[in-house]
Design a protein around this ligand. Structure first.
Ligand code: PRX
Length: 686
C-alpha cells in the first residue's frame, strides 16, 4: 500500500502513525529563548505596549514616542517618532559588540564552491556598494530593483539599499522578463542590480539576457549593475549603460557610509505578490515595525541565537527569504546560510550534506520540499549526521500530517520541535504557530486538585505540537476563525481566518494604491462606521478546542504551487492573449508534491479546433513569458465550452474538482452539464 507521496505505508512506525500530539524535548525547552508560558498573558494584558519587547531587540537612533498610532486606521503606524537603520541593526552593531569575525553569511554555490562573509566582511562590502549606489545617483527613497538568484550579492545589495534609505524591490530570479518589467514600471524604479547568470543542475543559465529583455519593457532610463557570477562560463556582457558590480565595489573599497537614520515608518522595501486581479500588488513594509517583528519572531519562534548556524532554504526573492534569511537572522547577529542550487544536485542528499558540513542548528523549509524528500526516500538523510539540528520549521502551505511526521522522525530524529508557521507576504512575519518551547495556556481549564486540596485555575503549559495544525496565534496576535458574518466558529468548524488587531510587521499599504489596500484586506469584515478594522488574509481554516488553527488554503483566486503564490488571473490573461484561444479558466488541482498544480482549461476560437498541439505550445510559452517556469501548467485541456452557471459564471470549483480527481457532485444547476463529463474524461485519460 502506498499513500499520497508514494511512500510505502510501513515506512512510518505504527506508534508515530497514531500519535496526534507531540511535546518538545526537555533539553530544547531548557535552552529556549522564550519558554515562559506567561508570555501569552503578558502580551494580552499589555497590548500594544507588549510590542516594545520586539522593539527592544533593535538599536534605535532615536527612541520612539508611541508604540501604536491608530488614529488613521487601518493605516496603522508603529513605533512612531523612532528612527533607526536596518543595515546598522544587521551589521554595525554586531561588529561594535565584538562579532566582527563571526560568520554572517555562509554561502554554497551549486557546483560546491563556498564563501563565508564575516560580519566585518559583510559590513565592508555593504558600505562599498552603498557608496557605489550613491555615486550612481541613488537617493533616499528611490526604489532599487534587485533581480538576482541566491548569491551573496543579493543580501549585500539589500543591505546597501537599506543603509542609504533606498527601498529595494526584489524580483524573484525565476520570474520572466515581462514580470520584471511590470514590477519596475509599477515601482517607477530607475535602478536595477542583476547578474550574468547562475547554475541550475550544473548548467549555467543566462540571466542577463532575461534582464535585458525585461529592460526593453521599462519606461524609465535604467542604470544597471551586473554581478559577474559565472566568470568565463557565460560572456559577462555589459551593455553600454551597465556597470560591473565587482569594479564598483573595488573602486569604493574602504568607503565609509554612515547609515541613514530612517523614520520607523519609512519604507524598507516593496515586495510584489499575487492577488485576485491580474495586477501584482506592491506590498509596502517599513523599517521599524518590520525589523522589530522579524527579529522578535526569529528569536521567539525560530529560537535563533548568535552562535547558531541557521538555515532557511527559501529563495530571497520571496518574503520568507527577506524576513528569515536576511533581516530577522542578521538583526540577531547569527550565521545565516544560503545555497544557490537545487536540493537534488548532484545528488538527492545535497541539503543533508550541507546540514552536516555546517553543523546547522535550525532548518526552516517548505512542505513541498519535505514531500519531495519523502518521495526520494530515507536513504539520503541517513547518509548524514544530522544531530546538530535543534529545531525544524515549515512555511508556505499546509503540511499534511504524514509529511510532518516524516520530517519529525527522519530529519529531526524525534528530538527537534517543529514550528509550522502560517503567515503571508503582507504580514511580514509569522502569525500563527506554536512557540517551540511553550504552548498557549489553556485558560479556564481547571487543573486537577493539587495535593492538599489546593486548586489551580490554569494548567501549566504543555508544549504540544499537532501535525497538520499551525497552532495558536502568536502572543499579541488576535487571529480568529470566523464565519461569513465575522462571528467566531465553534471548535471543529471551518471558516475564514481574520486578524482582529494590528501587529508591527503588517504591510502599511499597497504601493501608491491606498484604495486597493483597503479594498483587498480591510473591507470584508471591517465596520468602517464603527472604526473597527479587521484584516482579512483570504485563507480558510478550522479551529479546535485548544484554539489551534489548521489552515485549509486560499479562498480567493490565488493558488499555491510548491509554496509559491500565483494568481490564476495572471495566468489566465497570459493564455487568452494567445491567438486562437477564445476563453480560458485557470484553477489549482491537488498535487502530491507541489501541493497544488496549475490546470488550464481553454476554448479554441473558431477555426482552431483541430490545432490543439499548436495552441498548447503557444499557451505554455505565453505563461512562461509572462510569469516564469514556476507557473508552468501541469495540463492544458481544450474544450468547446467551460461549465457555466445559468447566469454565465464559470464554475471554477467544478474545474478544481476535475483537476484534483475529486467527486464532482451535483452538476444539474449548470447551463451545460454535459460538458463536465467530457472534460473530466479528457483529464482522466492522460
Ligand atoms: O495560504 C497561505 C499559505 O501561503 C499564503 C501566503 O503566501 P505568500 O504571501 O507567498 O507567503 C508565503 C510565505 C509566508 C497564505 O495565505 N501559507 C503560508 N504559510 C502556511 C500557509 N498555509 C498553511 N500553513 C502554513 N504554515
Amino acid at each position: 500500500m502506498s499513500d499520497d507521496t508514494g511512500e510505502p505505508e510501513v515506512e512510518l512506525e505504527a506508534r508515530l502513525e497514531e500519535q496526534e500530539t507531540f511535546e518538545p524535548p526537555e533539553s530544547f525547552v531548557e535552552q529556549a529563548n522564550v519558554s515562559d508560558p506567561d508570555v501569552y498573558e503578558e502580551f494580552e494584558e499589555n497590548w500594544p505596549d507588549c510590542w516594545e519587547r520586539a522593539a527592544d531587540l533593535l538599536s534605535w537612533d532615536e527612541e520612539y514616542d508611541t508604540v501604536l498610532e491608530d488614529g488613521d486606521a487601518p493605516f496603522y503606524e508603529w513605533f512612531t517618532g523612532g528612527e533607526l537603520n536596518a543595515s546598522y541593526n544587521c551589521l554595525d552593531r554586531h561588529v561594535e559588540e565584538g562579532a566582527k569575525n563571526r560568520a554572517a553569511i555562509k554561502w554554497e554555490g551549486e557546483l560546491g564552491e563556498t564563501r563565508t562573509y564575516t560580519y566585518g566582511d559583510l559590513l565592508n562590502e555593504v558600505e562599498a556598494f552603498a557608496a557605489a549606489l550613491r555615486d550612481l545617483g541613488v537617493e533616499e527613497d528611490d526604489v532599487v530593483t534587485l533581480y538576482m538568484p541566491m548569491i551573496p550579492e543579493l543580501p549585500i545589495a539589500m543591505l546597501a539599499c537599506a543603509r542609504i534609505g533606498a527601498p529595494h524591490s526584489v524580483v524573484f530570479a525565476g520570474f520572466s522578463a515581462d514580470a520584471l518589467a511590470t514590477r519596475m514600471n509599477s515601482a517607477d524604479s530607475e535602478y536595477l542590480v542583476t547578474c550574468d547568470g547562475y547554475y541550475r543542475r550544473g548548467d549555467a543559465l543566462n540571466h542577463k539576457e532575461k534582464a535585458d529583455k525585461g529592460l526593453r519593457g521599462v519606461e524609465n532610463d535604467v542604470q544597471t549593475v551586473v554581478v559577474d557570477r559565472l566568470g568565463d562560463e557565460l560572456t559577462h556582457f555589459l551593455g553600454a549603460d551597465a556597470h560591473d558590480y565587482g569594479e564598483l565595489v573595488a573602486e569604493h573599497e574602504g568607503a565609509s557610509v554612515e547609515p541613514v537614520s530612517r523614520d520607523a515608518e519609512d519604507m524598507l522595501f516593496l515586495m510584489y505578490t499575487s492577488g485576485t486581479t491580474g495586477e501584482p500588488k506592491g506590498v509596502k513594509h517599513t523599517t521599524g515595525g518590520y525589523l522589530a517583528y522579524t527579529a522578535w519572531t526569529s528569536h521567539a519562534v525560530l529560537d535563533v541565537k548568535p552562535e547558531d548556524t541557521y538555515w532557511c532554504t527559501a529563495d530571497i526573492g520571496w518574503i520568507t527569504g527577506h524576513s528569515y534569511i536576511v533581516y530577522g537572522p542578521l538583526a540577531l547577529g547569527t550565521t545565516t546560510m544560503m545555497y544557490e542550487g537545487t536540493p537534488d544536485y548532484p545528488e538527492k542528499d545535497r541539503l543533508w550534506d550541507l546540514v552536516e558540513k555546517n553543523r546547522v542548528d535550525t532548518f526552516y523549509t517548505a512542505p513541498t520540499a519535505i514531500r519531495s524528500f519523502m518521495k526520494w526516500g530515507t536513504e539520503y538523510p541517513e547518509r548524514h549526521d544530522l544531530s546538530s539540528l535543534r529545531l525544524l520549521g515549515t512555511v508556505g502551505e499546509p503540511i499534511n500530517p504524514r509529511a510532518w511526521k516524516w520530517y519529525y522522525k527522519h530529519i529531526g530524529d524525534e528530538e527537534c520541535p517543529i514550528v509550522d508557521t502560517w503567515w503571508q507576504t503582507e504580514t511580514g512575519g509569522m502569525m500563527i504557530t506554536t512557540l517551540p518551547a511553550i504552548n498557549e495556556m489553556k485558560p479556564g481549564s481547571a487543573g486537577p486538585p493539587l495535593p492538599g486540596g489546593m486548586m489551580i485555575t490554569t494548567l501549566p503549559a504543555i508544549n504540544e505540537m499537532k501535525p497538520g495544525s499551525a497552532g495558536p496565534p502568536l502572543p499579541g496576535v488576535d487571529a480568529r476563525v470566523v464565519d461569513a458574518n465575522g462571528d467566531e466558529v465553534e471548535a471543529g468548524q471551518a471558516g475564514y481566518v481574520t486578524v482582529n488587531n494590528p501587529w508591527p510587521g503588517m504591510l502599511r499599504t499597497l504601493y501608491q494604491n491606498d484604495e486597493r489596500f483597503i479594498e483587498e484586506y480591510w473591507t470584508e469584515y471591517s465596520d468602517e462606521e464603527a472604526d473597527e478594522w479587521v484584516y482579512f488574509p483570504e485563507d480558510g481554516a478550522k479551529i479546535d478546542e485548544d484554539d489551534y488553527i489548521t489552515i485549509l488554503g486560499r479562498v480567493d483566486d490565488v493558488i499555491n504551487v510548491s509554496g509559491h503564490r500565483l494568481g490564476t488571473m495572471e495566468i489566465e490573461s497570459a493564455v487568452v492573449g494567445v491567438e486562437g484561444i477564445a476563453e480560458a479558466a485557470v484553477v489549482g488541482g491537488d498535487h502530491d508534491v507541489k501541493g497544488e498544480a496549475v490546470y488550464v482549461y481553454a476554448i479554441p476560437e473558431d477555426g482552431y479546433e483541430d490545432r490543439h498541439a499548436e495552441l498548447e505550445e503557444k499557451a505554455m510559452e505565453a505563461v512562461l513569458d509572462s510569469i516564469g517556469p514556476i507557473a508552468r501548467p501541469e495540463e492544458i485541456v481544450f474544450t468547446p465550452e467551460l461549465p457555466k452557471t445559468r447566469s454565465g459564471k464559470i464554475m471554477r470549483r467544478l474545474l478544481e474538482n476535475i483537476a484534483s480527481g475529486d467527486e464532482l457532485g451535483d452538476t444539474s444547476t449548470l447551463r451545460n452539464p454535459e460538458i463536465v463529463d467530457e472534460i473530466a474524461d479528457q483529464v482522466a485519460g492522460d
